[in-house]
Design a binder for this molecule. Sequence first.
Ligand code: AMP
Length: 282
Amino acid sequence: MQIIRHPAEMTAWAKEQAKAGRRIGLVPTMGFFHEGHISLMRRAGQLADQVAVSLFVNPTQFGPQEDLAAYPRDFERDCAMAEAAGVTALFAPEAAEMYPAGFSTTVTVGAELTGHLCGASRPGHFAGVATVVCKLFSIVRPDLAVFGEKDFQQLAVIRRMNADLNLGVEIVTHPIVREADGLAMSSRNTYLAPQQREAALSLSRALALARKMAAAGERSAERLTAALLDFIHAFPETAVDYISFVHQDSLQPAVEIDSQTVLALAVQIGGKVRLIDNGLVL
Ligand code: AMP
């Protein structure tokens, strides 16, 4: 596995691959790998000849009060895990290489996709995400890129940007990878104290409750939301950021749920750790 630090070197690598007729699969990440990341890398390896992973804790997608400085990092461990997963190039640039002096371009996806859910509680977040992913697509020139369904609003934003800007990358999605007890894997789970780890189960269990109620015939997003709010707040140290039933592609709110409706959740645990989860309800 090659470790590449500079955008120009990364592009040179990509051109070599293209010249040799090899397809590149890219997995963009912020590192501190878990099985969710690894399954994306393996998927990329099944679909492409070369797997490039970007490891970059992108400062522009963090708000001023967020956890940029504290975000967990373990470069050595990440390298070993990526190599074992068949990654051939790990692109790990410094922020100053990605955003040199004078940098002044932002990719903004419209408010219909970014104005609610995580976009409402994290202003500027999706502009940061769209801009860095656009840059990564330009630098790595992948044929395909694999993204996790865990960040499902991010996925909708990237699909829109990819189509609107004719970037021509095949966007591949991968289901949420979970711990045995249902908690969606996340680098941020490492912040959870033992008693908060229990409270973190409120998200996946709320998803299960919504599915159970829907299977029993409940279709009202309003009644489901009220039931889930009580359910989640019964766990200690939880504060709901949002409980939203939305159409899986348009992200527009659903009044009555149907087979296209995704339940999206964001919950603060212990006032500090913000976790997300989502899934189809029916
Ligand atoms: P991150 O490092 O958190 O920015 O995530 C990098 C990629 O891994 C994104 O496409 C995420 O959606 C994906 N990802 C993160 N956690 C999971 C998970 N538990 N299951 C599947 N994909 C995930």
